[in-house]
Design a protein around this ligand. Structure first.
Ligand SMILES: Cc1cc2nc3c(=O)[nH]c(=O)nc-3n(C[C@H](O)[C@H](O)[C@H](O)COP(=O)(O)OP(=O)(O)OC[C@H]3O[C@@H](n4cnc5c(N)ncnc54)[C@H](O)[C@@H]3O)c2cc1C
Ligand SMILES: *[C@@H]1O[C@H](CO)[C@@H](O)[C@H](O)[C@H]1NC(C)=O
Ligand SMILES: *[C@@H]1O[C@H](CO)[C@@H](O)[C@H](O)[C@H]1NC(C)=O
Ligand SMILES: *[C@@H]1O[C@H](CO)[C@@H](O)[C@H](O)[C@H]1NC(C)=O
Length: 654
């Protein structure tokens, strides 16, 4: 750890004073901005092919932090000030409507935050917290570790939109193989979960609601077999439409979070020409505009820790610098931040840029539009007593945190690492709603001994404040709303952007899109209640419970729909720089990730999808990252590095 950290810090600058900018002469073949699911695997792959790569990351390495390594701290880690980028978003622009959500956050005059429905007068509305990570590995370093590969139709759709068959599901398989060269994944050892009979009783209820309930006389053995199904199996030809009940693979090895951060470290440690510049915030991409198309040639940045105002530790000044790319600049700052940096650099809707006095380099009206996400809703119950699984878990790594001691003291055998070897969301129902547009499943309904209601300040503490709650929580995939936007608030690169999701009827309504999504959520909550009803068919000693939310009085479809509209949230924002054909005025990238009409500039992160993929998003982003690396290396081999986006072949050579 210390050895690796030394290598990383070589290229990073931690001086925070506003000293005179130092003259630097940094030059690399490729500059990748952002080290998350999109940027990290890509930068590593390019360096492993022998190219000099500068990977710039606004945050720093937190690999020595237990919040990062321990799966059981997946909620705690999102509250860690050294990692968090707290972004506030609008689900609805109409604030009266937005403020019906009990997760709505206000800032009080003393600087503290109020969350809830009855703010004191004078409280300043902030919006809904959308956690992001400014750290090495990006959001992969603070996410819930869930590993679910996308549906074949997600890729085939891109192939059909662009006419580029390299996007076919069949061809994309090779990039999943590439990811699997370095990405381990395994579910929590079921013996950890099955020791808690009240939990078994709930999970058996969930399996029963899905028609695969175990024999009540042999619930534990029956459940073990059911849970063993691999939801990502590439051997099951009907995998995308398979309903059922199973455990979730996690990005972990032996109960320790292992992913993009480790891939980056391994690449550096093996001596490939990858330079990681952490604590460095890119503020602008520079272009050479003398040719027929603008060409990205360099980036400007500020060195310094926690510069971005989304960080709770922000406030310091940075030191300006720049770096040149002889081949290409690749933006991988994520759905919000790639859009922000591109717009600040003169790429995007001309009218929005001009209104802020930004010189337009390339008018791309579709950048920052088309934003999509899942819809998620909870059904939560409370018992009079604790779940045994969580005995001794205080989620704070203090000496009294017995679950942490168990995790630390048993590093080699997953089954013995205890509750913290799990992300707390034990198992899922996999469901196709009646409004699904095709044969694919479109909902996961997770069950776990937590009180999960979505994101708000200190949500992680609230989720495990007591050990008496159980949640069935739904994630509705293939949601139809494409009306989200990311716009500049100001020209200050350290300011957060304005983010509007325009939920449900305030967004996409074509062909009843909004109503179909709400109807699916209502179905999911009814199915969650069905699972809670089946709980009593498994008399394993679990106590009765009371439903807290939506609450026993919320029963009609209409009331459930209103509840969903009030409280729904998402955490897979994407699609703000969509791939398309150059003839589509809303397309931002061509099928090779190149910014249309610009040379030497690509985007590789969650923003590239025309349509939100799959059920979970990190797997498709990592596959895209590996595909982008192959595309970029292929272009380099053909002498096409830096070609203009939207053109093909040698025409693109600027
Ligand atoms: C709480 C939470 C839980 C989640 N759980 C799961 C899960 O279990 N499974 C799953 O599949 N997905 C999950 N996700 C989603 C998934 O982790 C993200 O969608 C994914 O990491 C996005 O990848 P990305 O490359 O687009 O961006 P990110 O991973 O966010 O990476 C972007 C990186 O760029 C850096 N950056 C941005 N702008 C700049 C700049 N100007 N200069 C320098 N650096 C910059 C950021 O610091 C960041 O490190 C979760 C997300 C959240 C918020
Ligand atoms: C881990 O996160 C918690 C917030 O959930 C924070 O209080 C704690 O200080 C963090 N630990 C470290 C080592 O940063
Ligand atoms: C800008 O590009 C032109 C070719 O279009 C080239 O001749 C010139 O040297 C470039 N300028 C710089 C500063 O790289
Ligand atoms: C259910 O009861 C709660 C708490 O009393 C109340 O706030 C809510 O409005 C009720 N909902 C419905 C649909 O009656």
């Amino acid at each position: 750890m210390q050895f690796f950290a030394g290598i990383l810090t070589l290229a990073c600058c931690v001086t925070l004073t506003a000293a005179a900018p130092t003259q630097r002469d940094l030059e690399y073949e490729y500059i990748v901005v952002g080290s998350g699911a999109g940027g990290g695997p890509l930068a590593s792959r390019l360096a492993r092919a022998g190219h000099s790569v500068l990977l710039i990351e606004a945050g720093d390495d937190q690999g020595g932090n237990y919040n990062y390594t321990v799966p059981g701290y997946q909620a705690a880690v999102t509250q860690d000030k050294s990692i968090a980028w707290d972004i506030f978003v609008n689900h609805y622009q109409d604030q009266t409507r937005a403020q019906r959500d009990p997760k709505y956050v206000y800032r009080l005059s003393d600087g503290s935050k109020y969350v809830g429905l009855n703010p004191p007068s004078g409280a300043q509305p902030l919006g809904i917290l959308y956690p992001r990570a400014g750290t090495l590995g990006g959001c992969v370093s603070h996410n819930a570790l869930i590993w679910i590969t996308p549906h074949a139709s997600d890729w085939n759709n891109i192939a059909s939109i662009t006419g580029d068959n390299s996007w076919s599901a069949l061809n994309m398989n090779q990039y999943l193989d590439k990811v699997y060269e370095w990405q381990p994944r395994a579910p929590t050892d079921p013996t950890i979960l099955l020791r808690d009979l009240m939990l078994v009783q709930h999970l058996a209820g969930g399996a029963a609601a899905q028609g695969v309930g175990p024999d009540p006389l042999a619930a534990v053995t029956g459940l073990t077999a059911t849970l063993a199904i691999d939801p990502n199996s590439r051997l099951n030809p009907l995998r995308d439409s398979t309903q059922g009940f199973f455990q979730i693979p996690l990005i972990q090895q032996g109960g320790t979070r292992t992913s993009v951060r480790e891939r980056i470290f391994d690449t550096v440690a093996k001596g490939y020409p990858l330079t990681v510049r952490s604590n460095c915030h890119v503020t602008k991409i520079l272009f050479n505009t003398t040719g027929s198309a603008p060409r990205a040639t360099a980036v400007e940045f500020l060195d310094g820790a926690h510069l971005y105002r989304a960080s709770p530790l922000s406030g310091g000044g940075g030191i300006a610098g720049s770096a040149r790319a002889t081949k290409e600049v690749i933006m991988a700052g994520g759905t919000y931040n790639s859009v922000q940096t591109l717009k600040l650099s003169g790429i995007g809707p001309a009218s929005e840029l001009q209104a802020l006095g930004i010189k337009v380099i390339k008018n791309l009206p579709g950048l920052g539009k088309n934003m999509q996400d899942r819809y998620e809703v909870p059904v939560n119950v409370v018992h009079p007593n604790d779940f045994a699984l969580l005995d001794g878990c205080t989620f704070d790594a203090k000496p009294h945190d017995k679950c942490y001691q168990q995790w630390v003291n048993n590093p080699y055998i997953l089954a013995q690492r205890g509750a913290y070897g799990s992300n707390g969301l034990a198992a899922t129902m996999s469901v196709r709603s009646s409004t699904a547009d095709d044969s694919n499943i479109d909902m996961y309904i997770f069950g776990g001994p937590v009180n999960f209601k979505g994101y708000f300040p200190r949500w992680g503490d609230a989720a495990v404040r007591d050990h008496k709650h159980f949640s069935w929580y739904t994630l509705k995939a293939h949601a139809r709303n494409k009306a989200g936007t990311v716009e500049l608030r100001s020209t200050d690169p350290l300011d957060t952007p304005k983010i509007n999701f325009n939920y449900f009827d305030t967004g996409t309504t074509t062909n009843g899109a909004d109503k179909k999504d709400v109807a699916a959520l209502v179905e999911a909550m009814k199915l969650s209640r069905e699972a809670l009803k089946r709980y009593s068919n498994y008399p394993l000693g679990g106590t009765p419970f009371v439903e807290e939310s939506p609450g026993a009085n919320v029963t009609s479809d209409e009331d459930l729909a209103q509840y969903a509209k009030d409280v729904a949230w998402g955490h897979h924002a994407c699609c703000t720089a969509p791939i398309g054909v150059a003839s589509d005025p809303q397309a931002v990238l061509d099928s090779k990730f190149k910014v249309i009409g610009v040379a030497g500039l690509r985007v590789v992160d969650a923003s590239v999808f025309p349509k939100i993929p799959g059920i979970f998003i990190q797997a498709p982003i990592m596959m895209v990252s590996e595909k982008a690396a192959a595309t970029i290396l292929d272009d380099a081999a053909k002498g096409l590095s830096g070609a203009v986006g939207g053109l093909t072949g040698s025409l693109g050579l600027g």
